[in-house]
Design a protein around this ligand. Sequence first.
Ligand SMILES: C[S@@+](CC[C@H](N)C(=O)[O-])C[C@H]1O[C@@H](n2cnc3c(N)ncnc32)[C@H](O)[C@@H]1O
Length: 251
Amino acid sequence: MTHALPEYAELFNKRGRDYHEAMLRFPLARAEEFLILLRHADIRARQTVCDYPSGGGYLEGFLTVPVDLHLLETSKVFLSCVAEHSQAKRLFVENGHIPMSDSSVDRFVSLAGLHHIIDKGPLFREVYRCLKPQGIFVIADVRVGSSVDIFLNQFVHQHSEEGHEGLFLNEQTRDELQSSGYRISYIQPIEYHWVFPSIADMTLYCRLMFGISKATDAQIEHAVESILGTHQKDGSYYLNWELLFIVANKA
Ligand SMILES: C[S@@+](CC[C@H](N)C(=O)[O-])C[C@H]1O[C@@H](n2cnc3c(N)ncnc32)[C@H](O)[C@@H]1O
């Protein structure tokens, strides 16, 4: 059983549609993030791949080889957002149980979702159970103390209806993975950008994605500029983002 902040699954049932709208309006804004994740997962054609939590299945659009993709979610709203033409299987995750059989998964990826789970150990063991020998688990999430941590747990926390209290990745995460049986082959923060056509688009994206209902556009712009940093180049607007990327291997 995975211990989670109970209100978070509920929160995404409320907020999921806005998050999804942000992703639909600007499908390439986070392209670099998805591509870095996939590069670390080293996915080969016809492998069985799980994405948890998948949101509305955004990873699928960045895959370059055909795979047996499973989108796993705790929010039924997100599962209902998955594109009709998606080839992926949609699976609802309840009580931390991953509905995959033992040693059946080649690659397991988790982007920006583990920070909703208080005790990550049971999930790490559950993923380990599902992975085939030599299977790879790639995690990308916010690093404790990073500017993204400050943006989410301070600015978004203060300016959204539901607040944001992410339980981000720290030194303990590596220990928990190792004591769950994994060998860690890579663990590094990576800096990259979210890219938008204009500053107004960036503001709207952040507002929708994070449920920032209690700040003006100018306040969002100021927070993004001062906490995360931005620059403009060739007519596009670049927002600095960073996640900690971990590659954990099943022996
Ligand atoms: C920031 S979104 C990330 C979605 C997708 N991976 C992406 O990068 O767009 C956070 C995700 O965490 C999921 N979530 C919320 N509470 C959770 C929990 N207790 N356990 C696992 N996932 C949870 C949400 O349903 C949502 O899909």
